[in-house]
Ligand binder design. Sequence first.
Ligand SMILES: NC(=O)c1ccc[n+]([C@@H]2O[C@H](COP(=O)([O-])OP(=O)(O)OC[C@H]3O[C@@H](n4cnc5c(N)ncnc54)[C@H](OP(=O)(O)O)[C@@H]3O)[C@@H](O)[C@H]2O)c1
Ligand SMILES: *[C@@H]1O[C@H](CO)[C@@H](O)[C@H](O)[C@H]1NC(C)=O
Ligand SMILES: *[C@@H]1O[C@H](CO)[C@@H](O)[C@H](O)[C@H]1NC(C)=O
Ligand SMILES: *[C@@H]1O[C@H](CO)[C@@H](O)[C@H](O)[C@H]1NC(C)=O
Length: 315
Amino acid sequence: MLLTISLWLLVSILILWALLDPVSRVSRALYEIIIPIIMVKTVDLKNQFGEWAVVTGSTDGIGRAYAKELATRGINLVLISRNIDRLEKTREEIIEINSTIQVKIIAADFSKGRSVINEIEKQLKDIPVGILVNNVGKQYTYPMYVGEVPEDEMWDIINVNVGAATSMTRMVISGMQKRRMGAIVNVSSGSEMQPLPLMTIYAATKVYLKSFSDALRIEYKKFGITVQHLTPLFVNTKMNAFSSRLQVSSVFVPDATTYAKNAVATLGKIDTSAGYWAHGIQTFFTLIPPKWIRTRVGEMMNQTFRNDYLKQKNI
Ligand SMILES: NC(=O)c1ccc[n+]([C@@H]2O[C@H](COP(=O)([O-])OP(=O)(O)OC[C@H]3O[C@@H](n4cnc5c(N)ncnc54)[C@H](OP(=O)(O)O)[C@@H]3O)[C@@H](O)[C@H]2O)c1
Ligand SMILES: *[C@@H]1O[C@H](CO)[C@@H](O)[C@H](O)[C@H]1NC(C)=O
Ligand SMILES: *[C@@H]1O[C@H](CO)[C@@H](O)[C@H](O)[C@H]1NC(C)=O
Ligand SMILES: *[C@@H]1O[C@H](CO)[C@@H](O)[C@H](O)[C@H]1NC(C)=O
């Protein structure tokens, strides 16, 4: 009798323990959806973080939309991307939105690694950066097996996704610490939630970013610095050009402007977020099944995208 009871007790505790992890993950996701809804007051970004923002990868997609949203908040901008013509065009678009702000442009290719970082550092010497948006990111041309990834593409992914965010953060964080204010925003990806077969390297770099943000936040919290980690799911940008399925905007695949408006509104309110409410809901449901199922589903999705791509290219 006693044995049966203790056996059942043990089993119940084990089940409870096993359930606790998904419960905490899922309630965290729920919390992230709710906070921006209850905290309706707009944060004065300029007062709270500073007058200047640096946005990497800012001439297209999420980065450009994010920069424009900051412009409407009266923040001066430094735009960093590879192509000088696109940079100038983006600067004009932004000045049109708000002619009272200053916009500086820097042409740099983060896939070149350390050499461009020194050049950027020189150009940012006299600018008190209040917000750094680590947005630039490189994804696979299409889903591939690790052995198929061209060597150049592999290094580009690592240099851009890991190197740029890490070195840009290191560059600006001491200034923020001195001024005792600042925000570092990391644009990661839903692919950090589980390993992603056929996008192995990309997903792994995004996990690096998550760990980096989480640790950085604790290191610098005492200096008044906010570290926000954004995990968008699919956004309709040219990054997803390999699949026509992802080139149609919808509630769940928003355009970059919608995404950025929502994401900027969460800054200063919550440290980790999908950045956009419908993605928050998707994340919530995504986190319910165990990781091994999510990994399999991710693999199947990418297999589909791979087939889409190969069909488009007639390979
Ligand atoms: N779109 C999505 O569905 C999605 C989902 C989850 C996460 N994300 C993440 O969101 C971020 C932005 O993605 P996106 O879709 O907005 O990208 P995007 O539309 O492809 O825009 C990329 C931007 O980065 C610049 N850029 C690209 N390579 C660069 C390099 N080597 N050095 C400097 N600048 C470079 C591009 O300008 P130039 O070509 O002029 O350099 C462009 O301004 C990425 O970190 C991505 O991982 C996107
Ligand atoms: C432009 O920036 C100023 C602050 O420099 C701000 O007060 C104003 O609201 C912004 N204007 C627009 C149209 O976004
Ligand atoms: C953003 O996160 C990624 C990983 O979490 C990290 O590599 C990067 O340095 C972080 N950047 C900032 C500004 O926190
Ligand atoms: C593979 O699927 C995951 C979602 O499971 C997605 O985040 C990722 O972007 C996909 N990769 C490609 C290249 O579509």
